[in-house]
Each structure stands twice: as C-alpha cells, then as structure tokens.
Design a protein around this ligand. Structure first.
Ligand code: SF4
Length: 226
C-alpha cells in the first residue's frame, strides 16, 4: 500500500537499490503496479511515442495516469499524428509540453536545444510529482547498460521507474504484435529509434538502432536520462 513520501528523496539509495534488485526478474506489470500503488496521482509517464508498450501496460493498471509528451516542435508529422491516434485509442490523460522561449536561439543538435525543448519542459511537467515512468531500456546503448529499474533521479528530484529496462527491441516488437497494437508509422521505413526529425535517420539492417539518432554529431543523449 502507499507509503508516505515527501518531496525530498523518499528513501535512501540503498533502499531503492534493494527495491530495484527485487524487480530484476519481475514482469513489467509488477513494477508498474508497485509504482501506481506507491505514488498514486503523483506518478507521471513520459512517452516518446516511439512505441506504446509502456502506455498500454500502464493504462491497464491506471487508466488515468498522466502521460507526458515533449513536443519539441521538431518532430516528424508522423509522430504528431501517431500521438493523436494513441490519445484517442486510450482516452489518454495527455499533457503535451512546448519548448521554452529560449529554444529558438539554439540550433538543432546542440545541448541547449535539447535543454529548452525537452529537459526544461519535462522538469516543469514533473513539478509536484514524486515519480516518473520511462521506457528506457538497457539495450538502448552503453550509457544505459547498467540502468536500474528503480532509482532516485537527482536531476529531476523524484523517483525514476523503468519497467521495461530489461526488455529488448524484440520483446517490444513481440508485445506490440501479440496485443495487436499500432506501430509508429516510420518503423516500416527503417526508423528504429525515433526522435526529432532533423537529427533522426533510418538505420540499415543490423545497424545499431540508435545509430540513427544525432548521426554524425558528438551526441548520444538528450539529457533526460543522464
Ligand atoms: S533532439 Fe535535436 S532537435 Fe530535438 S531537442 Fe534535441 S537537439 Fe533539438
């Protein structure tokens, strides 16, 4: 049942590490159930809409969970249209953020561009929340290889819950197929990791899925998961 959490770190790192360790072999639904029961309305789900596995799982347990989509104003039109399709399908409690006024001063591909179009809008959206759910996976790349399931996110000042962290891309594809869920329209065009249009390209068969993000730039993260 729900514990009393405050806005500061709710429990020590060691306690969160123990909770995380205990979920290593648990199904994603068990992790989400714990998060929903622990944090209630103070839980939000951040979704890129690259796939909708986490949305599907979370809304089965908490239909009204707040889903946050970061509209960077640089997304593919296919992504924006997919967001609206998914919103209608699930009747999502959807919050769409917009870039701050400073964003226009920074070109695509810079740290500041991500800061003002993603990081700061997410920080505002998560204000007052005690935990957030993400779709982060260890197989996304080396910087995420050791990501825990549950941890304290010092950057945003709340608990971070990654129910799909042990999943592979094949697990995602299988779940979508098994449940008859819609797939982002760009996947069929070779896009495997989908972010902003100017810095996302399709990848070749066998290529690292995230090689299509910030290709040719000295950048592999947008600042949300560091
Ligand atoms: S991914 Fe590229 S366009 Fe999108 S916010 Fe980051 S730097 Fe800007």
């Amino acid at each position: 049942m729900a514990e009393t959490y405050v806005s500061d770190q709710p429990v020590g790192d060691e306690d969160l590490a123990a909770i995380s360790e205990g979920f290593e072999t648990a199904p994603a639904s068990a992790v989400i159930r714990w998060a929903v029961e622990t944090f209630g309305d103070s839980l939000a789900l951040a979704a890129s809409f690259e796939d909708i596995v986490l949305i599907d799982l979370a809304t089965r347990l908490a239909p009204g969970v707040e889903v946050v989509f970061l509209d960077t104003e640089a997304h593919f039109p296919e992504t924006l249209s997919f967001v609206e399709d998914v919103r209608a399908r699930y009747g999502l409690n959807l919050t769409i953020t917009r870039p701050g006024p400073d964003a226009a001063a920074f070109p695509c591909g810079t740290e500041q561009c991500c800061r003002f179009r993603k990081v700061e809008p997410l920080r505002r959206a998560l204000a007052g929340k005690r935990a957030w759910l993400t779709s982060l996976k260890r197989t996304d790349g080396p910087t995420r290889a050791d990501a825990p399931i549950v941890s304290w996110d010092a950057s945003f000042g709340l608990v971070k819950v990654n129910p799909l962290v042990t999943w592979t891309d094949d697990d995602i594809s299988s779940y979508l197929a098994d449940h008859g869920l819609p797939v982002h329209p760009l996947v069929s065009q070779g896009y495997r990791s989908i972010g902003c249009a100017p810095t996302t390209r399709p990848v070749a068969e066998g290529e690292d899925p995230r090689a299509g993000r910030w290709s040719g730039l000295d950048k592999s993260e947008c600042g949300l998961h560091v």
